[in-house]
Write a protein that binds this ligand. Structure first.
Ligand SMILES: Nc1ncnc2c1ncn2[C@@H]1O[C@H](COP(=O)(O)OP(=O)(O)O)[C@@H](O)[C@H]1O
Ligand SMILES: N[C@@H](CCOP(=O)(O)O)C(=O)O
Length: 313
């Protein structure tokens, strides 16, 4: 297969995974975006420009995560590899539990989809399969692709699959974001290989309840976001995060660790948002280097468009 375009732009949302009990399964897309401009070059050169998050530390060569995902997707599509000029404007913070790596992977795959002549070979199902393989878990990639809230699951040899959930219109989200990073690989490394059956049963019930709470019964969010499978085990590698979650929950606020942390995601009903954000602000105000960000849900997921030469960038 040949390329069908040589210049595309991609916008991809941040995501918050797990949402408490839904470890490696539930996730939600947030209206904060990385934007990428991708040009196929006639030479085999790779040029990477980065503005914003990660500008000081991401690589500028073939090892850049977007380039790696884009190359993997061109291979899946049977399209030729090409030189690349990538210009990234990054707003999703790295290593905070807001899905920056999944966003980079999804953006790379969707850039390839927009570049190739037949995008159907990289449809949303194929994009999710490839992104989940590259990430190692599907719960960030699914909402980054589909938008809204999603349930993702591994379907054996068929790879990852996902469905979107209906979201109650009164759902309000707030992120408490620290300046310190924690690599997801590190936070996954502290999880045990085995958990008590009672804890697995507890999380199964809460995850099922959370689907109902997110869709129809936001009054149940506090009970529905309880977790026994990952947050406690990770408390030593993110003590401030864990304390914030515990303090907020003690005040009746549905706080969870966002993804693998260290960001805290708070879910509430619109009518309770002022109280919840005041409580979060009061707690975070006493700690340096944390910020409170009201977040909207992204409903669209990743978007891409081919750029006609001569049109504005
Ligand atoms: N836009 C990006 N461009 C290049 N690399 C990225 C980008 N976003 C994330 N990464 C890579 O992923 C790492 C963060 O991934 P991870 O530890 O999974 O945290 P997060 O919770 O932010 O996904 C960064 O340190 C960087 O290596
Ligand atoms: N289920 C994963 C989610 C990781 O999300 P991230 O945004 O921290 O990459 C986990 O909890 O490890």
């Amino acid at each position: 297969m040949q390329l069908g375009a040589d210049h595309v732009q991609v916008r991809v949302p941040a995501t918050s995974a797990n949402l408490g009990p839904g470890f490696d399964a539930l996730g939600i897309a947030l209206a904060s975006y990385d934007v990428l401009d991708v040009r196929a070059l006639a030479s085999d050169e790779v040029v990477v420009d980065v503005e914003g998050e990660g500008a000081a530390d991401v690589p500028r060569d073939e090892t850049h995560l977007v380039v790696r995902a884009l190359r993997a997707a061109l291979e899946v599509a049977g399209a030729p590899q090409t030189g690349l000029h990538l210009s990234c404007v990054n707003r999703i913070p790295h290593g905070r539990g807001l899905g920056s790596s999944a966003a980079a992977v999804v953006a790379g795959i969707v850039a390839a989809r927009a570049l190739v002549a037949d995008p159907s070979v990289l449809d949303d199902d194929a994009t999710l399969r490839l992104a989940s393989n590259l990430e190692g878990h599907p719960d960030n990639a699914a909402p980054a692709i589909l938008g809204g809230a999603t349930v993702a699951w591994g379907a054996g040899g068929a790879g990852a699959r996902a469905v979107r959930l209906e979201l109650h219109p009164d759902l309000c989200l707030t992120a408490l974001v620290p300046s310190a990073r924690l690599a997801t690989s590190h936070a996954r490394g502290v999880l045990p290989d085995r958990v008590p059956h009672a804890d697995a049963a507890f999380n199964a019930g809460r995850s099922a309840l959370l689907v109902e709470a997110l869709s129809r019964r936001p009054d149940l969010l506090l009970d529905a976001t309880e977790d026994r499978l990952h947050q406690g085990y990770r408390s030593d590698v993110m003590p401030t995060t864990y304390e914030l979650v515990q303090s907020l929950r003690a005040e009746g606020v549905a706080a969870t660790v966002s993804g693998a942390g260290p960001t805290v995601l708070v879910l509430c009903e619109a009518a309770d948002a002022d109280r919840v954000r005041a409580a979060a602000g009061a707690l975070v105000g006493g700690i340096s280097d944390w910020a409170v960000h009201p977040m909207a849900v992204d409903e669209h997921g990743v978007t891409a468009r081919r750029v006609q030469e001569g049109s504005s960038r």
